[in-house]
Design a protein around this ligand. Structure first.
Ligand SMILES: Cc1ncc(COP(=O)(O)O)c(C=O)c1O
Length: 461
């Protein structure tokens, strides 16, 4: 008899890095080995990961934001098992899905000013749909996006990417996409006044860098869009579903977009899914005739597993008060981290909303030694300082975190929304200890910097 998946995992997990090197992305394995992250995670529950030795790690990355409920949430597992055990008529295609109808109905109760939902399988697919819907609805082709934006890596989404590192080498990209600086209404108006722009697509809080809008930016941007006949599209793929302490991040600024894009956390992390929530008039310009009933879609969109996981996720968000927990714990974390600035001059800024927090570092202003070390590191490898924080956080404190983009000086915290006060204190103690280490020159952190620079130089030949 064939081994079960659990038996297969147990039998062969020690080969995972060899298998990946051989058959998948070898560079990823090299990265993990270089930074000491190759601990072989074997189990996960809620906000915790467990390695081969059974050591527990606190996950502040949550699979790039998909595990808002924590990993393997019992309610989502139950919903998925129930779908499999119920012999539902999944993906008939020449029928419509009951579960998709229910999930759409429930999503729209959270966003009552929108009327229709389109389901797809990933964030990037939701962005592609939004581009097509905006063009079809307005008869215009231009799309405006922001510097530092991240909307996914398929061609349409990549054409709206505000970072050359992702774009370089893949051109030509989609024509008629126009970049404007984030938080700059003057530049936005200049782009819109041609009246050729179908949509302005923006993340309410930018994931790359954790950049927050000025208080009046999104509201005024939405007004400008309305005035110029451009659709205002909020990419809430990372910020939505409670992440920032509200169901949608735009609620912090009382903005009602024409389209809202959701993905990541929508299925509790188990099944790829995304959703475009739109106004009726937009939707009806796309699906406008009998012969266009399937003019846009994808084979697995609306599949029962994704829809059931989505329904369970919305139930858990509400019944377990996770949005409120994100607001409360996020506020506590950001407040205590910000207070550390008085002790650590390399700590420049702490910003965010709810459990999307950016911790930014910068050069020393008073200590010559620190400044010289910072400048030498920057000259060798821009943004490497953050790795000197995340690596000891992982190795010495068992905290998994990430740098908020290429060359970024900001570490991003994106934990599951279920974290407790005890977890917060784990985070705060760990950051305190590691940042303190970063202020000691010479010290272990700066010699780690020299080692990593050495690795990078050898790797580049
Ligand atoms: C704001 C935002 N939009 C779109 C995407 C793309 O989502 P996916 O990776 O599911 O295609 C991401 C992914 O990180 C994102 O953060």
């Amino acid at each position: 008899m064939n081994p079960s998946i659990a038996e297969l995992f147990e039998r062969r997990e020690h080969e995972r890095y060899a298998l990946h090197s051989r058959h998948l992305d070898e560079q990823m394995v090299r990265v993990l080995r270089t930074i000491g992250y190759d601990v072989g995670f074997c189990r996960a529950e809620g906000q915790y990961l467990y390695d081969r030795e059974g050591s527990r790690y606190l996950d502040l990355l949550s699979g790039f934001g998909v595990f808002a409920l924590g990993r393997n949430h019992p309610a989502v597992r139950e919903a998925l098992k129930c779908v499999l055990d119920s012999e539902l008529p999944n993906l008939v295609q020449m029928d419509v899905s009951t579960l998709a109808g229910i999930l759409a109905e429930r999503l729209l109760t959270w966003v009552p000013y929108l009327d229709k939902v389109f389901f797809a399988n990933s964030g990037a697919e939701a962005v592609e749909a939004a581009i097509k819907f905006a063009r079809a609805a307005t008869g215009r082709s231009g799309i405006v996006y922001c510097d530092h934006a991240f909307h996914g890596l398929s061609y349409g989404a990549l054409s709206l990417n505000g970072d050359h590192v992702f774009r370089d080498g893949f051109g030509p990209l989609l024509p008629d996409c126009h970049r404007v600086p984030f938080n700059n209404l003057f530049a936005l108006e200049k782009a819109l006044h041609t009246r050729e722009m179908a949509a302005f697509i923006v993340e309410p809080i930018q994931g790359k860098g954790v950049n927050l809008p000025d208080d009046d930016y999104l509201k005024n941007a939405a007004d400008l869009c309305r005035r110029h006949g451009t659709l205002f599209v909020a990419d809430e793929i990372q910020t939505g579903l409670g992440r920032t302490g509200r169901f949608l991040a735009v609620e912090h600024w009382n903005v009602e977009p024409d389209m809202v894009l959701l993905a990541k956390a929508l299925s509790g992390g188990h099944v790829p899914v995304s959703a475009v929530l739109t106004r009726r008039r937009i939707f009806e310009r796309v699906f406008d005739r009998l012969d266009r009933a399937v003019i846009h879609g994808s084979t697995f969109g609306k599949n029962d597993l994704a829809m059931a996981a989505g329904i369970a996720t919305l139930d858990v968000l509400a019944s377990q008060g996770l949005i409120e927990n994100a607001a409360r714990t996020g506020d506590y974390l950001a407040r205590v981290l910000a207070a550390m600035r008085t002790r650590y001059e390399l700590l420049k800024d702490v910003r965010g909303k709810g459990l999307m927090i950016g911790i930014e570092f910068g050069s020393s202003t008073s200590s010559l030694r620190l400044r010289a070390s910072w400048n030498a590191l920057e000259a060798a490898n821009k943004g490497l300082f953050c790795q000197l924080i995340t690596i000891p956080l992982f190795r010495d404190h068992r905290i998994l975190s990430q740098v908020a983009g290429h060359g970024s000086h900001t570490i991003k915290l994106l934990p599951p929304l279920v974290i407790s006060r005890e977890d917060c204190n784990w985070i705060l103690d760990a950051f305190d200890a590691v940042i303190a280490g970063g202020h000691r020159v010479p010290g272990a952190i700066w010699s780690l910097g020299r080692t990593l620079v050495g690795h990078a130089m050898r790797a580049s030949g």
